[in-house]
Design a protein around this ligand. Structure first.
Ligand code: NAD
Length: 247
């Protein structure tokens, strides 16, 4: 059966890519497009949209979520910048709704696996550093993915702290920082790059490098479509793609 999909933020960079991905999937139908100029979210009712995909801005995504929960439209949320209280509110409103939601900070399946593998590897190594590289218009450093990777590695290896003999002093202007568990993060901002991350782990006589490269925004689409197809069967709020990948 075809799933009727609405795209919120349809005129944006991610929104346009989602529209193309939905249109080229045989089992999905693009039912409604919503952006700041154009039809409003209420148009989802007339369009009989079953799942709304949100790539807007944090405040807008929360407003859209309140509307979707109240009107029983499932939601897949990719918008960044949601706070912990925001996620708690999403859990509360979708547990009280007939509709479900999935929120993921990273829909690139390879990036989710990179984080998972880095966390699996962490207990077997003594040192690790993360090098992340993004386009030069990315404002934040380190990236949310790098910060999250360090958190997952530290959680998987609670006794782990960075080697204290390593000089962690940072020259003024250096980008990056020290993540959870003392994992140093190095942030490159390079014109022409998209999103890339390497996790380098080291122990006696060996290093292990886990690397993920994104070449364009289509990288996020298999994960977005996976979520669109799964969300109706997952009551309440699902956080992250991991449960959909069996991780
Ligand atoms: P963008 O600025 O190109 O697009 C955002 C769009 O949302 C714009 O067209 C804007 O007009 C629209 N918008 C704003 N408020 C709205 C509202 N109330 N209703 C409807 N539309 C509204 O940004 P982008 O590069 O497409 O990124 C969008 C979001 O997705 C950002 O938060 C970004 O960080 C995030 N993102 C997440 C992932 C992921 O894997 N989860 C991947 C890439 C980007």
């Amino acid at each position: 059966m075809t799933i009727r999909v609405a795209v919120l933020g349809a005129a944006g960079r991610m929104g346009q890519t989602v529209c193309e991905a939905v249109e080229s999937a045989d089992d999905l139908e693009l039912a409604a497009l919503v952006d700041q100029d154009g039809p409003r979210i209420e148009s989802l009712l007339g369009a009989q949209a079953q799942v709304a995909v949100d790539f807007t801005m944090a405040g807008a995504a929360m407003e859209n979520a309140r509307w979707c929960a109240a009107n029983s439209v499932h939601m897949v949320i990719g918008t960044s910048g949601l706070s912990e209280p925001n996620v708690a509110e999403l859990a509360q409103m979708f547990s009280a709704s007939h509709a479900n939601a999935l929120v993921a900070a990273n829909f690139a399946i390879g990036a989710v696996l990179m984080m998972h593998f880095a966390a699996r590897a962490a207990p077997h190594f003594e040192t690790a550093e993360i090098i992340e590289m993004h386009h030069n218009t990315k404002r934040d450093a380190p990236s949310g993915t790098a910060i999250r990777t360090a958190e997952l590695m530290a959680a998987a290896s609670p006794d782990w702290a960075a080697d204290p003999t390593v000089d962690t002093s940072v020259v003024a202007g250096a980008r990056g920082g020290v993540g959870a568990g003392g994992v140093p993060i190095h942030s490159l901002r390079i014109k022409g790059a998209v999103a890339h991350q390497e996790v380098v782990l080291g122990t006696t006589g060996q290093t292990l490098t886990i690397r993920h490269d994104t070449t364009d925004r289509t990288a996020f689409m298999p994960g977005v479509l996976l979520a669109v197809r799964a969300v109706a069967d997952r009551p309440g709020l699902t956080v992250g793609l991991e449960p959909l990948l069996g991780l």
